[in-house]
Design a protein around this ligand. Structure first.
Ligand SMILES: Cc1ncc(COP(=O)(O)O)c(C=O)c1O
Length: 358
């Protein structure tokens, strides 16, 4: 089960909104709220005063409308021409990021506010600086498209504030671009790391808006007084389903990748790679049980993994085990897996029930 602690979400939101007024924060709840379950997140964010949310896909916006979310939804990624009428009926705000997409919106009669994404160095999605004139001329042809905001995405937000960082070069470019659109009041730049790095460096006023994702869920790559206050929202837990004694020299799990160096007590946990727990953590991961951190032993299976509880006094069937959360930092698990927090959270499959604690 993945326990989702809405108090931790409220805490993280108050860390963010204590730095920047909440109307300039667009929380990012794509990918099922980074694996946490989008319904509870959308509802809670609305209660806490978020004026809109952002997702990557039109399908994700559709899901939000289905569960009754009525506030504005910014769709960060492009969608196909045939979906423009759906976008219109859902009342979403598209983020236009290339010429063809903008033309499709215009020609298919999309009417309403749009945001414009600028590629200032990420080299992924976004208009180039050289497209400014084209964009202004094209928008004159489609007066029903109204630019509400300009945005860009930082490729390495944690270097914001360093004069020779990637962020500085992206900011310089963005400032040049925005000077061509004096009529557009709203701009959003910061992801979580950029947000906290900007707070520390004071590089830009927080009138520039933010699209925080990771920090909502309790994490940041930036170490600061503010990020130390973030709390993990998700705790991944399971229970011991079985225990076995393995004699010294015995092996555990597929391909005998672990051999007992002493007579050992091994606990079996009913979670595996089909739940999204990375197989690469075979013989590397750690879990928390009865107040102790203990290692994974043997190969992670599709439905099970094994831990060594020889040193855990009284370990028993039914004991709670934490795989990540307050006692096993997700960053540590992600590092051991050669991955990042984002990937582990979003990789949890639908087999793992999300249990919302309020
Ligand atoms: C365009 C855009 N904005 C904001 C975010 C949120 O970033 P983070 O989760 O690092 O805060 C993302 C995440 O990938 C993104 O793609």
């Amino acid at each position: 089960v993945a326990e989702i602690d809405l108090k931790a979400l409220a805490n993280n939101w108050s860390v963010l909104s204590g730095i920047q007024k909440s109307s300039s924060l667009t929380p990012v709840i794509k990918a099922n709220a980074y694996g946490h379950g989008v319904a509870a997140f959308a509802q809670e964010l609305q209660k806490m005063g978020a004026k809109r949310v952002a997702v990557a896909l039109l399908e994700e916006a559709e899901e939000l409308r289905r569960i009754g979310y009525k506030d504005p939804i910014l769709v960060l990624g492009p969608f196909s021409t045939s979906d423009v009428p759906i976008a219109q009926s859902l009342g979403i705000i598209p983020m236009a990021s290339d010429k063809q997409f903008l033309l499709n919106l215009g020609q298919k009669g999309f009417s309403g506010e749009i945001h414009v994404k600028w590629d200032t160095g990420m080299n992924r999605l976004g208009f180039a600086e050289a497209d400014v004139t084209w964009l202004k001329e094209t928008l004159r042809r489609f007066p029903q498209l109204r630019i509400q905001a300009l945005g860009t995405h930082l490729l390495k937000g944690d270097d914001l504030g360093s004069s020779n960082g990637f962020s500085e070069s992206q900011i310089q470019k963005f400032l040049r671009i925005e000077s061509h659109f004096p009529e557009v009041q709203e701009k959003h730049i910061f992801n979580s790391d950029g947000f906290f790095a900007n707070q520390m460096s004071g590089r830009l006023p927080f009138t520039y808006g933010s699209r925080p994702g990771l920090s909502l869920y309790g994490y940041s790559g930036v170490v600061s007084d503010a990020t130390k206050k973030l709390k993990p929202v998700m705790t991944l837990k399971t229970k011991i389903v079985h225990l076995i004694d393995v004699k010294k020299g015995g092996t555990v799990s597929y391909n005998a990748t672990w051999t007992a160096q002493r007579d050992s007590k091994i606990a079996i946990l009913p979670i595996g790679y089909a739940d999204g727990y990375p197989r690469i953590l075979s013989n590397k991961g750690q879990v928390f049980v009865r107040g102790k951190v203990v290692p994974l032993v043997g190969t992670v299976c599709m439905d099970y993994l094994m831990i060594d509880v020889t040193d855990v006094e009284g370990a028993d069937q039914g004991d709670d085990v934490e795989l990540w959360g307050n006692n096993i930092p997700l960053e540590q698990i992600a590092r051991a897996a050669g991955s990042i927090t984002y990937e582990l959270m979003t990789a949890l499959t639908s087999r793992v029930p999300r249990m919302v604690l309020s």
